[in-house]
Structure formats: structure tokens, C-alpha cells
Design a binder for this molecule. Structure first.
Ligand SMILES: NC(=O)c1ccc[n+]([C@@H]2O[C@H](COP(=O)([O-])OP(=O)(O)OC[C@H]3O[C@@H](n4cnc5c(N)ncnc54)[C@H](OP(=O)(O)O)[C@@H]3O)[C@@H](O)[C@H]2O)c1
Length: 272
């Protein structure tokens, strides 16, 4: 598996998303993914599944050093003491002594960014997270974090897929060699039934979902975290790395609508 080197960590370019996976089903899905070779698991305190993921990791024989675990602090917990409490709870549920990446899950209108990053930096200095980062940060917020606060963020995790452009944020990140981690990389499954992608897939003996993933992973500095509960889909998503797309395919993908955002909650500053 290829990695993206960023702020002292090596982020596997394909990870397993786990939003809306819960309990025993989540544990089984993560155990399956680890068995198939996934080494990057994406979770968050808000997903309510860190205990199940902790159990799956504990049951696996994957050495800790080979595994990348990302978790996130929810937007309601961005006061320094609340971050600490949320972080401690996440680590305990995950049964880990450190995570690899700790992200601000969503910006909030009331957050105090310098205090947020001072707290995250302390967690990093204490060795409890190997790196820190953000999710759903606009270009304006990234400028504050990167250029004013100068926080060493290892990624911005944002919605990005064949039906949603992210030109501004992607250009900003690429210019600073900060990885973009694409969430909803399958447009929450919609990509799997898209006829344009299916036609491209037929040329290459691949599925529409695999075409959508490979389009992302062909881009420098981009990682993707598709959620898949079934082992067949997990394996298919790993196999997407072997698909070769050509210029005609990329041209056809460029004709898809690019404004199909799946996630945009009202509590956060507008994303664009
Ligand atoms: N930072 C944030 O604010 C944020 C927001 C949203 C999501 N995320 C992260 O990103 C992850 C991915 O996003 P998402 O779960 O919303 O959507 P997604 O990964 O785009 O799509 C997931 C859907 O695609 C299906 N699927 C997966 N592989 C497939 C394949 N090979 N063929 C056909 N269908 C396939 C899944 O089915 P089954 O599960 O039934 O197999 C599921 O219904 C989340 O799980 C979460 O970890 C982060």
C-alpha cells in the first residue's frame, strides 16, 4: 500500500471509513478489513464506534506500528479542557496508548483556533497522537491555521469525489504539500451506480466504484477512506488501486456534475 508522508507519519492512501458502523457489525467489518490488508482506519468520537474498533484492533494480529488510526474531536468539544476529556475517552475506547492522527472534526463558529491548536500540539508533544490535523476546513480557515498559527497539520479531510469539485481547497493544500483525505469518496455509494463510471469500468474490467476511487487515488497528495461493511466491497476497493485510467476516462469523468455535496451541516461555517 502506498503512503503519503506528512508531518512525521506515513498515511496509507486507502483507508476504511467507519461512519454509521456500530457495535458487533462494526467490529466484524474492521476485523475483516484488517484481515484483507487495510492498515488505515478512520473513526471519530461522534461515530460512537471507537469501542468496537478498539476490540477489532485488539483481536487482530496487526502490529501497532503497522497500523494507522485516525480519530476526531467533535465541534462541541473544542474548548481546551473538553478536547482533553474527549481525547482521553477516545484513547480508552480504542484501547490504544496513542493514535496516529487526531483531527478537529468540524470547525465551529465559537472555536478559538489558537487555543485549539495549542491543546492539540500538547497532545502531540506528549506522544499521545503522532500528528494532528483538520477536517472540513475552508481555505480561509486553513490560512489561519497554517499561516498565522503555523500549526503542523498533517491533512485536511474533506468531502471529495467524482461528483464534487474541491479545486480551491485542493490547490491550497497541494501548494503546501498537505495531504487531502477524501471522505465520501464514493459519494455515499452513488458513484457505484453511475452509468458513465460503469461504462469506463467495463473497458477496464472494473466496477463504477473502483473507477471513482482510482480517479481520486491517481491525484498527488490525495488519500481516500471509503466505508464498506461487506468483505467483497472492502476487497474491491483495495483492488481499485490496480485499475489504470486513461485520458479519455478522465475526460468523461470531468463531464459529471461537480456540485453533488453529500454532507453540509448547518452548524459549521459554509464550505466551498
Ligand atoms: N470528516 C467528516 O466530517 C466526515 C464526514 C463524512 C464521512 N467521513 C468519513 O469518510 C468515510 C466514507 O464516507 P461515507 O461512509 O459517508 O461514504 P462513502 O465511503 O462514499 O460510501 C459508502 C457507501 O458505499 C458503499 N460501498 C463501499 N464500497 C463499495 C463498492 N466497492 N461497491 C459498491 N458500493 C460500495 C457502502 O456500502 P456498505 O457499507 O453497505 O458495504 C456504503 O453504502 C466515513 O465512513 C467516515 O469515516 C468523514
Amino acid at each position: 500500500m502506498e503512503h503519503l508522508k506528512t508531518q512525521g507519519i506515513a498515511l496509507p492512501r486507502l483507508g476504511l471509513g467507519t461512519f454509521r458502523m456500530q457495535g458487533d457489525a462494526c467490529r466484524a467489518a474492521v476485523e475483516s478489513a484488517l484481515g484483507l490488508g487495510y492498515r488505515h482506519i478512520d473513526t471519530a468520537e461522534m461515530y460512537g464506534n471507537e469501542e468496537a474498533i478498539g476490540a477489532a484492533i485488539a483481536a487482530s494480529r496487526v502490529p501497532r506500528g503497522d497500523l494507522h488510526v485516525t480519530t476526531k474531536v467533535w465541534h462541541e468539544n473544542l474548548a481546551p479542557d473538553a478536547i482533553r476529556r474527549a481525547f482521553d475517552a477516545s484513547l480508552k475506547k480504542l484501547r490504544l496508548d496513542h493514535v496516529d492522527l487526531y483531527l478537529v472534526h468540524w470547525p465551529s463558529r465559537s472555536m478559538k483556533l489558537p487555543a485549539v491548536f495549542e491543546t492539540l500540539m500538547r497532545l502531540k508533544e506528549e506522544g499521545r497522537t503522532r500528528a494532528i490535523g483538520v477536517a472540513n476546513f475552508t481555505t480561509a480557515l486553513l490560512k489561519t491555521v497554517v499561516e498565522e498559527i503555523k500549526a503542523p497539520i498533517a491533512c485536511n479531510q474533506v468531502e471529495y469525489h467524482v461528483m464534487l469539485h474541491q479545486t480551491r481547497v485542493a490547490d491550497y493544500l497541494a501548494a503546501r504539500s498537505i495531504p487531502l483525505v477524501a471522505y465520501c469518496p464514493l459519494a455515499q455509494g452513488r458513484a457505484a451506480s453511475d452509468e458513465t463510471l460503469a461504462a469506463i469500468g467495463r473497458k477496464h474490467n472494473a466496477s463504477a466504484a473502483q473507477v471513482a476511487l482510482k480517479w481520486l487515488l491517481d491525484q498527488d497528495g490525495v488519500a481516500a477512506i471509503p466505508k464498506a461493511s461487506r468483505a467483497e466491497s472492502q476487497q474491491a476497493n483495495l483492488d481499485a488501486l490496480k485499475v489504470t485510467l486513461d485520458d479519455a476516462d478522465r475526460k468523461a469523468i470531468a463531464t459529471l456534475p461537480k456540485n453533488k455535496r453529500c454532507v453540509n451541516p448547518g452548524f459549521a461555517p459554509a464550505l466551498d
